[in-house]
Ligand binder design. Structure first.
Ligand code: ZN
Ligand code: ZN
Length: 336
């Protein structure tokens, strides 16, 4: 199967909305607004965003979905890998199979036709429009077999994907956090009304606002970190190191570094490029729960400062190998 058919090109993109995704995005964004009304607002709710983001965004998405499953930048025991993956599932960003598939394609076609979410032409497309726009080519079994064969071999990941069970896991965690909120409310509040208010606030801030927050900061990696920022490496895409995205995402905003060396576990390559997600990996390593952490290793042909040196080939998401150009002009992953 030609790779030309794997993803829609910029020209062939016919915006056809996936109604379920579109409505879900609107409903959850609207619900989040209630947290900013006097009844729902609370400063401890705002503070809880940082904790929620670390657990579900940094550990769940950055570490589990991205560095662990997509790039195999680190290894952890299977039981821990599954716990970390479940944190990612609770961010409602898709099944691990779907997320990794799209991200590996992104690394292969970064900012070229075929990239699922390049913001090169339209910021909003790269930020979130691509998510609710149908892409039947990327939903084919053959595409999954090509890009995520390693993950298809894992029955746990297949189970989560089939029948959208990952959504049920998300709903279960939302109910659990809500139940804990109401339970705590009835324990500490003097009146039933105040107890209910605490429960509603815990649900709004602990689930709804946190979900929207983690969505947008993840999406900023795809949008802002492909448009604004500085470049340490002359990668053949528009990836940038964006300090505020890095700050919000605990490390994922050093995205030019990441495109230069996709398998490297740490995305901060200079001393000031702080990457708290990687700090967490180091902590796991110290207590013996992480091993084979892939070190910073940038191929020499990519190390020229941006704007100088020769054009560099694209890289495979999971091997750091350059893409091989076939005589027909279609691209294949080297060694894959
Ligand atoms: Zn990128
Ligand atoms: Zn990546």
């Amino acid at each position: 199967m030609s790779t030309q058919t794997l993803a829609p090109t910029v020209k062939s993109r016919q915006p056809k909305r996936i109604a379920g995704f579109f409505v879900t995005l609107i409903v959850i964004h609207t619900l989040a607004l209630f947290a900013f009304l006097p009844y729902g607002f609370t400063w401890w709710g705002v503070a809880s965003l940082l904790v929620g983001n670390f657990i579900f965004g940094s550990i769940g998405i950055n570490l589990a979905y991205h560095r662990l499953l997509t790039h195999r930048a680190v290894e952890v025991p299977k039981w821990l890998e599954r716990v970390l993956i479940l944190c990612g599932v609770c961010s409602l960003e898709g099944s691990p199979l779907w997320w990794v598939l799209n991200h590996r394609i992104h690394h292969q076609y970064s900012d070229d036709p075929g990239d699922p979410h390049s913001p090169k032409d339209h910021f909003f497309w790269g930020h979130m429009q691509w998510i609710y726009t149908a892409a039947p080519d990327r939903n084919r079994l053959s595409t999954f077999e090509k890009y995520v064969p390693d993950l298809l071999a894992d029955p746990f990941l297949r189970w989560l994907h089939r029948g959208q069970k990952w959504v049920l896991v998300y709903l279960a965690h939302a109910l659990l956090i809500g139940a804990i909120g109401f339970g705590v409310g009835f324990l500490v509040a003097d009146t039933d009304a105040e107890a209910i208010r605490i429960g509603v606030q815990v649900f709004l801030w602990g689930v709804v606002v946190r979900t929207v927050y983690v969505w947008h900061i993840t999406w900023f990696v795809n949008s802002a970190s492909h448009r604004w920022g500085y470049r340490n490496y002359n990668t053949p895409d528009h990836s940038t190191n964006n300090w505020w995205v890095a700050l919000l995402t605990n490390g994922e905003g050093w995205h030019n570094n990441h495109h230069a060396a996709p398998r490297t576990c740490s995305q901060g390559h200079k001393w000031w490029e702080i990457d708290l997600t990687f700090t967490f990996v180091r902590a796991l390593e110290v207590v013996g729960l992480a091993r084979n952490v892939v070190p910073v290793k940038v191929a020499s042909y990519r190390q020229n400062p941006a704007g100088t040196g020769q054009e560099n080939p694209k890289t495979s998401a999971s091997t750091d190998s350059p893409v091989v150009l076939t005589p027909e002009g279609s691209e294949q992953l080297a060694g894959g």
